[in-house]
Write a protein that binds this ligand. Structure first.
Ligand SMILES: Cc1cc2nc3c(=O)[nH]c(=O)nc-3n(C[C@H](O)[C@H](O)[C@H](O)COP(=O)(O)OP(=O)(O)OC[C@H]3O[C@@H](n4cnc5c(N)ncnc54)[C@H](O)[C@@H]3O)c2cc1C
Length: 371
């Protein structure tokens, strides 16, 4: 049995975007702080590539006890194999107890490869982290103070994943599930520059050119109100087929009224089932950028309208932290109605025009939107 007693501290991988830490990095700092506090260990932010002093300080302000940074010139432009070499060397030497990344392009690119090099496990797409114990029935052994990595799994359940017998315990967190800490400019921390010792290295690939991908047209995470549509828009309450464009137009109208009257940024969301239905009436109007859920975006707006959405676990994990949920469904047993603050058993084709006119005329609907 390996001795991991010298593995300590919780590490989080931080990304710099336009000269400061990305919003997702602030989220991973919050996630890391939560578990570091429970373990009574330090939270260490790791930054690779160029970063100003102010950016590094931002990591302390948002929760880190210390920042380790490495600005080896070979780290620019980004090249995954090089990043993995540096992170593997750093991690092997310093032995963190846990190492957490964000589940984004970069996290998906490097976290699994680092885990493979370190011969440890990786729980991807976690939505919650905690500290807890695990009993291995085969070994008849209890492991204490483990990182509990919580994620939706196998379609219908929430799984708790443990890495009892390997270190570091590694996870990626899904963006949108952790709220950044309030910045504390008085928080004290330390900084350490790490010099990579692995030399030039020889790689089977080189980076010749880098191009920014276009930003998504819709940024659901910026919206205060999200009006999401599901497959329920295909039929009305009497079971008659409806042109889904009608419901889409109602949703757009609702969005416009909310924006104009309440000055709140509103956007349209959708379920995966609706998008996968590839309806020609909605072609180009709703895309993957609008998808909320496990394989879409995780959101927590002030108000979330779930319209004709059953509330599968994969959808719920992407929106259940919304401050107010308004669910409209003809089926009183729909799971979405159970988590809604305003469960409305009604045909969406009746509800939507009513909601629009209530908001336009400024009576009842205000209670929902003016949270
Ligand atoms: C690995 C995996 C990942 C997934 N990722 C995602 C994801 O990221 N996001 C996501 O959304 N799904 C995801 N899914 C799909 C998910 O399991 C569900 O299939 C999907 O969320 C269902 O979408 P829906 O609610 O629109 O459709 P349905 O489940 O068909 O629900 C339609 C609802 O509309 C109601 N309804 C019908 N007519 C009306 C009416 N006239 N008025 C009011 N209500 C009405 C019905 O009662 C029903 O509850 C994933 C699945 C898997 C296996």
């Amino acid at each position: 049995m390996s001795d991991y007693s010298d593995y300590k501290d919780v590490w989080v991988y931080l990304q710099v975007e336009d000269g400061s830490l990305s919003r997702e990095s602030l989220e991973v700092l919050a996630a890391g702080r939560k578990v570091a506090d429970k373990l009574n260990q330090k939270l260490i932010g790791v930054v690779l590539g160029p970063a100003t002093k102010e950016t590094l300080k931002q990591a302390i302000t948002y929760g880190a006890s210390k920042v380790i940074y490495c600005n080896d010139e070979s780290l620019t432009p980004y090249f995954n194999l090089r990043y993995i070499d540096v992170l593997t060397e750093l991690t092997t030497k310093r032995k963190p107890y846990a190492f957490i990344f964000v589940e984004n392009e970069l996290g998906r690119d490097i976290a699994p490869r680092v885990a493979y090099r370190l011969n440890t496990g990786l729980a991807t797409g976690t939505i919650e982290l905690d500290i807890g114990e695990f009993f291995n029935a085969l070994e008849k052994k209890k492991y204490e103070n483990l990182l509990v990595q919580i994620r939706p799994d196998f379609g219908t359940r929430i799984a708790k994943i443990f890495t009892p017998s390997r270190r570091p315990q590694m996870a990626t967190i899904r963006p949108g599930n952790f709220i950044p800490l309030e910045p504390d400019t008085k928080r004290r921390g330390s900084y350490e520059e790490y010099k990579y010792e692995g030399g030039q290295g020889s790689y089977p690939a080189v980076v010749q050119d880098m191009k920014e991908l276009p930003k998504p047209k819709v940024d659901l995470r910026e919206a205060k109100v999200i009006i999401s549509l599901g497959l329920g828009i295909l039929k009305d309450g009497k079971g008659n087929a409806r042109n889904p464009r009608e419901a889409y137009d109602f949703a757009v109208k609702l969005k416009e009224v909310i924006q104009a009257k309440y000055n709140l940024k509103a956007e349209l969301g959708a379920t995966r089932a609706l998008l996968y239905a590839n309806l020609k009436e909605l072609e180009g109007l709703l895309t993957h950028d609008n998808q909320v859920g496990q394989t879409g975006v995780t959101v927590a707006p002030d108000v979330y309208f779930a319209i004709g959405i059953s509330g599968s676990i994969q959808h719920r994990v992407g929106m259940q932290k919304s401050k107010k949920i308004v669910a409209v469904n003809t089926d009183p047993g729909a799971p979405m109605l159970k988590i809604a603050h305003y469960p409305i058993v009604e045909d969406l084709y009746d509800f939507m025009p009513k909601m629009i006119s209530m908001l336009t005329e400024g009576n009842e609907g205000r209670k929902i939107v003016a949270t």
